[in-house]
Write a protein that binds this ligand. Structure first.
Ligand SMILES: Cc1cc2nc3c(=O)[nH]c(=O)nc-3n(C[C@H](O)[C@H](O)[C@H](O)COP(=O)(O)OP(=O)(O)OC[C@H]3O[C@@H](n4cnc5c(N)ncnc54)[C@H](O)[C@@H]3O)c2cc1C
Length: 400
């Protein structure tokens, strides 16, 4: 008789787990609390779904799950989807997208594969209880009770709660004895003092952004930084946000607005501009480099005035301006909430699961996806983890 497997959560990792278990002949029931599966997949990559990355080395993943190294080694997201008839294309930065250019086709590929392999998908089934029943597992969802040889938990993290992911199973799992590393928003805007960014609201600038703790640089990312009413945003800031969540107001974000210029080159550039634009208002000095409001803000922070002729900018202000161009600091005031986050840092601690992602506390329970304490950088890494961990949990639950 084939093994029975229940998967809780019909997101990226739950669908991958269900397919993998069914491929090995298991009788799989997928329980999803929302009216349909894969809601979050449709939102990924701005509706285009960045489903993987050519470079999946360790440095892009964070958390407490050393097991992930082996699970991710050799996993190829493009090949994974090719098996289900979905072709991909890779952009210049190594990010993998569906060839169709739409996330809907990724969800379709998974839904079709699950149906073809006989997965029974039941929606509007929120699991609220998990109990052992002999050597099987029993889950309760509303009036329904389901029993199976193996249980795969794929209920996601707490990010984007409008997609059904609000960490609702965590209290139950904590009661069952699991260590849960505090879930925090990640891949989200970083909050700062509103008065430092308000004047820049709506502007974008290319920069090198560093997470700075005391005199240590924890991480540096390059790309476009966006300014909002009270936060810094953009992909490079997203990639620093898990550090901001961890260190809070002990951390600062430092922007290097001219990363390709050495100190000496920046100094000579400033002299060149002062020479070319000396008769213009000081507020217009840097408009050939940045949006005007950024130049004005730099000048004010350097102690200068925007209305005097640029040629009258004092030596002291010039010196401060030079330093700000390479090291413009923003105090960290936390991160945006889970509703603005793409992923969750934290979750079920790595020490609770084996190499195959089976629970070390309860035989017959597996975990996968964002529910575990592993999060990736922006660039397709989080979905890569979902497909790879779902496949590992699914195939082992079916075989075990
Ligand atoms: C706006 C946005 C854009 C993103 N873009 C990208 C991208 O381009 N590339 C990338 O790699 N990553 C991206 N991510 C991150 C990625 O989408 C997630 O890491 C991934 O979807 C997590 O998959 P999961 O299976 O762990 O959980 P989820 O996809 O969150 O699925 C969990 C499922 O479980 C269900 N569930 C929860 N509790 C229960 C319960 N008690 N009973 C039954 N069902 C339950 C939920 O309704 C949900 O359907 C993005 C995230 C967001 C929010």
């Amino acid at each position: 008789m084939s093994r029975s497997v229940i998967v809780v959560g019909g997101g990226a990792s739950g669908l991958a787990a269900a397919i993998a278990a069914a491929e090995l002949g298991a009788f799989v029931t997928l329980l999803e609390q929302l009216p349909r599966v894969g809601k979050k997949i449709l939102l990924t990559g701005n509706g285009r779904c960045n489903l993987g990355n050519q470079d999946t080395n360790d440095s892009h993943f964070h958390g407490t799950l050393p097991q992930s190294k082996q699970i991710l080694a050799g996993f190829d997201a493009a090949q994974y989807f090719r098996r289900f008839g979905l072709l991909t294309r890779t952009d210049a930065e190594g990010r993998i997208y569906p060839m169709s250019g739409t996330a809907a086709s990724v969800l379709d590929a998974l839904r079709f594969a699950a149906a073809q392999k006989g997965v029974r998908t039941l929606c509007e089934k929120q699991v609220t209880a998990i109990m052992p029943k002999g050597n099987k597992w029993q889950v309760t969802a509303g009036d329904s009770v389901f029993t199976a040889d193996a249980l795969i938990l794929a209920s996601g993290g707490s990010a984007a709660p409008n997609c059904g992911t609000d960490g609702n199973l965590l209290p139950l799992l904590k009661k069952m004895g699991y260590t849960i590393n505090t879930p925090r928003p990640a891949l989200c805007p970083v909050l700062t003092e509103p008065q430092t960014v308000r004047a820049l609201k709506g502007l974008r600038v290319r920069a090198e952004a560093s997470a700075v703790l005391g005199d240590r640089i924890l991480k540096t990312e390059s790309g476009e930084v966006q300014f909002t009413e009270q936060a810094l945003s953009g992909i490079c800031i997203f990639n620093l946000s898990r550090l901001a969540a961890m260190h809070g107001d002990k951390m600062q974000i430092a922007l290097n607005l001219l990363p390709s210029f050495s100190d000496a080159e920046t100094e000579s550039l400033l002299h060149e501009l002062l020479h070319q634009r000396g008769d213009l208002p000081a507020g217009d000095l840097l408009t050939g480099l940045f949006p005007k409001r950024i130049g004005e803000m730099l000048l004010r922070q350097a102690g200068g005035s925007c209305n005097i002729p640029a040629s009258e900018i004092s030596d002291d202000t010039q010196k401060k301006l030079l330093s700000l161009l390479h090291d413009l600091r923003f105090p960290v005031k936390g991160t945006a909430s889970f509703s603005q986050a793409q992923v969750t840092a934290g979750g079920i601690a790595g020490q609770c699961v084996s190499k195959t992602l089976e629970s070390k506390l309860h035989r017959g329970i597996w975990f996968c996806g964002e529910l575990l304490d592993l999060d990736g950088d922006c660039g397709g890494y989080n979905l890569t983890w979902c497909w790879a961990s779902g496949q590992t949990a699914g195939s082992n639950a079916a075989k075990s």
